[in-house]
Design a binder for this molecule. Structure first.
Ligand code: DAH
Length: 343
């Protein structure tokens, strides 16, 4: 019996899918395949013929196997290419994520306040959280023995540096490096050795200041009254300037807004009661001098506010610690998408 590969090779090369090719492999080389059946005929041959025929069948097997492998490789490549085309995903198509994030109310409040002051011509500046005594205290006219310098209020590093206790440091950095006229807003983190229901060792402040020719206390009043009324969304919000003291301003004032505490709650607006919201004043001549400015030429006003406090008042958040607890349910409730949208 002669063994011809041609017929089988034609079949193999005519296969149009890897599945069809697998069937051909079984039909040829499987347990009951044609080539396997050929092997079984060897036993009936005389020994000298058996040898030659056995070698021929083995060669055929190898030839077919190689042809099957080659055909499989080319069919697989075609099938893969077809699959990739068919299952193509356009990853550039816009799609919504299933769990949208929201801005933390602290960041949100900072954004709101920044926008409201931007509308009054302010630009944002910043400085580092790690400071030296000069920028945090001395340049801001704190006397050398001021109690705020004490170890129990301020976090000191081993090298004598400290974590800034207020964002007023930005006044010094900006006044030393930029030329007036200046309208600056400086949000940032501040640190104090303090921790209870109403104090956190790290919290956020926003410092603001203006240094322009002819600036006086009336401008300070007008700027803050407009801001507070915009921030709380209450037209004609009652605002009171109460004399106070800060080393870096003279005169200094604390600012109260009107509220109503009758009935146990707190309602911002008119009502005969007052609530303190920020500190302010005219920049002290010593501060201007320490920054290389002549107080006879330059005047300005400054103010500072606590972001957590304002966020708590605006959104009715009772406990300061919630801001730092990382509770995702709370964050979803108080968080907000940027640009005023709902998260
Ligand atoms: N630095 C003050 C604080 O940490 C806040 C402050 C009060 C800033 C009055 C000012 C200001 O610029 O004029 O409590």
């Amino acid at each position: 019996m002669t063994v011809s590969a041609d017929l089988y090779l034609t079949q193999i090369n005519a296969a149009t899918s890897t599945a069809a090719l697998d069937d051909i492999r079984v039909a040829l080389l499987g347990k009951k395949g044609s080539v396997t059946e050929l092997m079984k005929t060897l036993g009936a041959l005389p020994p000298e013929e058996r040898k030659a025929q056995g070698a021929a069948i083995n060669a055929l097997k190898e030839q077919l196997s190689a042809a099957l492998d080659a055909r499989k490789a080319s069919l697989s490549a075609v099938e893969l290419a077809e699959k990739l085309t068919k299952e193509r995903v356009d990853i550039t198509l816009p799609a919504a994520v299933s769990a949208p994030g929201a801005l933390h109310p602290i960041n949100n409040t900072i954004l709101d306040i920044t926008c409201l002051f931007a509308a009054q011509g302010f630009t944002v500046a910043s400085a580092t959280d790690v400071e030296d005594e000069f920028h945090n205290f001395d340049a801001l006219n704190f006397p050398p023995d001021h109690p705020a310098k004490a170890m129990h209020d301020t976090f000191y590093m081993q090298d004598g540096k400290l974590l800034r206790t207020h964002t007023s440091t930005v006044q010094v950095h900006v006044l030393q490096t930029q030329k007036p006229p200046l309208r600056i807003l400086a949000p940032g983190r501040v640190y104090r050795c303090d921790s209870d229901q109403t104090h956190a060792p790290m919290f956020h402040q926003i410092e603001g200041f203006v240094v322009e020719p002819g600036i006086h206390f009336g401008h300070l009043k007008g700027t803050l009254e407009r801001f507070l009324s915009d921030f709380f969304g209450i037209p004609n919000l009652p605002v009171r300037f109460r004399p106070s003291f800060f080393p870096f301003t003279e005169p200094s004032a604390e600012v109260d807004i009107g509220c109503d505490r009758s009935g146990g709650g707190l309602k911002i607006g008119s009502g005969g009661d007052w609530l303190e919201v920020l500190g302010c004043g005219m920049i002290h001549p010593n501060v201007l001098r320490q920054c290389g400015l002549d107080p006879a030429v330059h005047q300005g006003f400054a103010f500072g506010m606590g972001v957590e406090r304002l966020a708590m008042l605006k959104h009715g958040i009772p406990d300061l610690r919630a801001f730092f607890a990382g509770n995702s349910k709370w964050l979803r409730h108080f968080g907000r998408a940027p640009l005023g949208g709902l998260a």
